[in-house]
Design a protein around this ligand. Structure first.
Ligand SMILES: Nc1nc2c(ncn2[C@@H]2O[C@H](COP(=O)(O)OP(=O)(O)OP(=O)(O)O)[C@@H](O)[C@H]2O)c(=O)[nH]1
Length: 581
């Protein structure tokens, strides 16, 4: 019955127009129904393998692996199926190849490997669109669980198949598998009609052998319900047909069942005959329950006959078969537990790795967020610093501009009186400390009122700017020019003797006298009177120096204007000094 499960593997449609694809589809479709034709097609396909697309080549590989299993070379089928499972990227091919491996492992009783592989196959099932391929995986799961005595699990997979609307051979096979598994669970369906519908469906699909397995389970149910004669006649009516199949497992099952049924009816000789047939058919099948049942019947009959030697012999065989069967039950249970343990370990390892991955991912996210926050913080700080610098710069500029405004005469751009006084005092103090000479030139425009009156204030302003400019141009770099008020200016000169300061005053006088008012559209002449005082005659005190220069200036005015007068000690309590141009 096991290898029949492999035959359930569904055909997969090979969608290529080429003849190769058609042949491949044919081979796939009839691989279990017509093994001889399948062999022929497989040989032809192998010759023309160069025509195959990669997908077709994989399908051909699968069919070859299937053929290995079909012809009993399970180790090779497992090897080929495993290779295909590992290399293919097509979930449908993977599931088919994996199903083949699982079913073959069930046949070779490598249950641990089969169950572990089954987990890999089942993990792919949801990716498969083809329902038949999916059914194949579930059917393989049902078979191997039935084989390891996990009947509830087997029933679970069968019911999955039924809920998914399984049809054809798979529906027949899994229907029988369910009856068998429920029988082992002592949970056989109450209604014999349920057995009959499985049998009828299998017959409608031409699955006579499976229908007869169904009848064996129905017979067991009838016997349990006390209808032993009905059960016997059910099996006997099909005995010829069953014998004709020559399938030892089915024959063993049927004869063992008939032996037990007939013994319960007291038909000892017939029971013996069936038991012997059951033993004969089970000779190649180790550790089966059929042998236990058959030897039990033989032993009970020998005991009833009072044949001590035969009783002993059959009892020994019965005990041996039962021990072997129980050993197998234990071995299967152990295999199942080992497989579950291995799967659990794998899934725990995967879970652990997933957790580690989660932690790593979270760490990366945290690092990324921290970096982002740092970037943001740096950006904010940079912005803050920039705005602090900007405002500091603005404030500084404003301070500078306010200070300049406070120190500068708005009309002429030279120092105003207050600033000039401060600067001059500082410079004079430095000269005094350094023992250097300094001098002060004061100048006042001549008859300026007349210019204002005659040409207007704008012309007067223009004239004042020209005068300031002329004085600035003549003043040495370490000197200072200031507007003392109205049309009165002053120049402070440091580190120079009186003669140089007088020279500077004369230079200024010349420059002012040469200002050409026609540039401003007027025709007036500009002159100024100058008073000069030096530090050597009266000290470095600014007020004293200013008073002395003013005194000389007053004298220049008095003496006719447009001239330079130097303060001489003695004039204005000091002696008068000569005027000069
Ligand atoms: N345009 C203009 N005129 C000014 C300014 N400051 C003072 N003045 C004028 O300067 C003139 C000074 O006149 P006065 O003090 O009589 O002196 P002056 O006419 O130059 O005569 P002397 O100094 O004696 O030669 C006045 O008419 C003031 O109004 C100014 O900023 N702009």
């Amino acid at each position: 019955m096991l290898w029949l499960a492999l035959a359930l593997a569904p055909p997969v449609s090979a969608s290529t127009p080429a003849a190769f694809g058609d042949l491949l589809s044919q081979a796939d479709a009839l691989r279990s129904a017509d093994p001889a034709r399948f062999e022929v097609l497989l040989a032809r396909l192998t010759e023309r393998v160069h025509e195959a697309t990669p997908a077709q080549r994989e399908l051909l590989d699968y069919l070859k692996a299937y053929r290995l299993g079909y012809t009993g070379r399970f180790d090779l089928a497992i090897e080929a199926g495993t290779r295909l499972f590992e290399t293919s990227s097509d979930p449908a091919i993977k599931v088919r190849a994996g199903g083949l491996v699982v079913s073959s492992r069930a046949v070779t009783r490598e249950f641990v490997e089969g169950l572990v592989f089954l987990d890999k196959v089942l993990a792919l099932v949801e990716q498969v669109d083809d329902a038949e391929v999916r059914h194949h995986a579930w059917a393989a799961a049902g078979v191997i669980h039935n084989q390891v005595g996990q009947y509830a699990q087997a029933v679970h997979y069968v019911e999955l198949l039924q809920a998914d609307g399984v049809q054809g051979r798979t529906r027949c096979f899994t229907g029988v598998l369910r009856l068998e598994s429920l029988g082992f669970l002592d949970a056989a369906p109450e209604d014999p009609a349920e057995f009959q519908s499985v049998i009828d469906y299998c017959l409608s699909q031409g699955e006579t052998m499976l229908a007869n397995f169904g009848r064996v389970h129905l017979a067991a149910k009838l016997a349990a319900d006390g209808q032993v004669p009905v059960a016997v006649s059910l099996l006997e009516s099909r005995l010829g047909e069953i014998e004709a199949t020559g399938y030892p497992r089915l024959l063993g099952e049927v004869h063992a069942r008939l032996a037990r049924l007939k013994l319960s009816l007291g038909w000892r000789e017939a029971a013996d005959a069936h038991a012997l047939r059951a033993v004969a058919n089970s000779s190649g099948i180790a550790n089966t329950q059929v042998l236990v049942q058959a030897h039990e019947v033989l032993y009970e009959n020998a005991l009833a006959r009072g044949d001590a030697a035969a009783t002993l012999q059959h009892y020994r065989q019965y005990a041996e078969a039962e021990r072997a069967w129980l050993d197998q039950v234990k071995a299967r249970e152990l295999a199942y537990q080992m497989a579950r343990h291995e799967s659990l370990q794998k899934s725990q390892t995967i879970e652990l790795l997933n957790r580690q991955n989660d932690v790593l991912r979270l760490e990366q996210q945290v690092a990324a967020k921290t970096a982002e926050a740092n970037r943001l913080l740096i950006g904010l700080l940079a912005l803050l610093a920039a705005s602090v610098f900007y405002w500091a710069y603005k404030v500084k500029r404003m301070q500078v501009s306010l200070r300049t405004m406070a120190q500068t005469d708005a009309l002429t751009g030279v120092s105003n009186r207050h600033h000039f006084t401060q600067t001059a005092e500082a410079l004079l103090e430095a000269c005094r400390r350094g023992g250097a000479d300094a001098g002060l030139v004061m100048l006042d425009l001549d008859h300026f009122k007349a210019i204002n009156d005659q040409y207007g204030h704008a012309a007067g302003d223009w004239a004042l700017r020209q005068v300031a400019e002329a004085c600035q141009a003549a003043c040495p770099p370490d000197g200072r020019v200031g507007r003392l008020g109205g049309e009165e200016f002053a120049l402070l000169v440091v580190n120079q003797d009186l003669a140089s300061v007088v020279g500077l005053a004369r230079e200024c006088r010349k420059r002012i006298a040469s200002i050409d008012a026609r540039g401003a559209g007027h025709a007036f002449a500009l002159t100024a009177s100058f008073g000069v005082a030096g530090s050597r005659s009266g000290g470095h005190d600014f007020d004293g120096l200013l008073a002395r220069a003013d005194d000389a200036l007053y004298r220049a005015k008095r003496e006719g204007r447009d001239r330079v007068c130097v303060h001489m000690p003695g004039s204005h309590a000091d002696a008068p000094s000569p005027a000069s141009r």
